[in-house]
Design a protein around this ligand. Structure first.
Ligand code: OFO
Length: 174
């Protein structure tokens, strides 16, 4: 049985995931303007994944008879100037989202809400992967991003990323 506390935290998390999508769209928009289409592609896809995460939580709440309330999505508030700004903010943001997911997990644990814990396992794992990805993006940029030719290669590499619907929505990989 979903407690009011856990339900409300999950409801808030829908908004955080949608904000993540919005933030990453802003990053994609920044890179598009800078002519780095591969980085733009990477964050475009990341934004789609974040929307999947939001919908996964929405469906879980609906399936558990919680009345979902959708609230306004905040404006992306990061000032993007340097090419590595989105990468730094991205890593910071993923760490923050991990802390939110862990907080909900902790509340579910206190409630002995094993169903929600099991549901959240997917998100815990996903956050781990996303922190690794965000860290890799930043490390590679720091190593190679200051040389135009290497940056060109990195950008081409990121252009190959394709979107797959998140498996939390009941399909294939990611
Ligand atoms: Fe929703 O996965 Fe990261 O933030």
């Amino acid at each position: 049985m979903l407690s009011e506390k856990v339900g409300n935290l999950l409801n808030d998390q829908i908004n955080k995931e949608m904000y993540s999508a919005y933030l990453y769209l802003d990053f994609a928009n920044f890179y598009e303007r800078k002519g780095l289409d591969g980085y733009a592609n990477w964050y475009d896809i990341q934004a789609k994944e974040e929307m999947d995460h939001a919908i996964g939580i929405l469906r879980y709440l609906q399936d558990n008879d919680y009345v979902v309330t959708l609230s306004a999505i905040a404006k992306p508030d990061k000032e993007l100037v340097n090419l590595d700004d989105p990468l730094k903010y991205g890593l910071e943001h993923e760490k923050y989202v991990t802390s939110l997911i862990h907080n909900i997990y902790g509340a579910a644990y206190e409630d002995k809400d094993f169903r929600t814990m099991k549901f959240l396992d997917w998100y815990v794992e996903e956050q781990g992967e996303e922190e690794v990805n965000a860290n890799d993006l930043l490390t590679k940029f720091e190593l190679f991003g200051h040389d135009p030719q290497s940056l060109y290669s990195l950008d081409n590499e990121l252009a190959t990323r394709t979107y797959t619907q998140a498996s939390i929505l009941g399909t294939s990989e990611e």
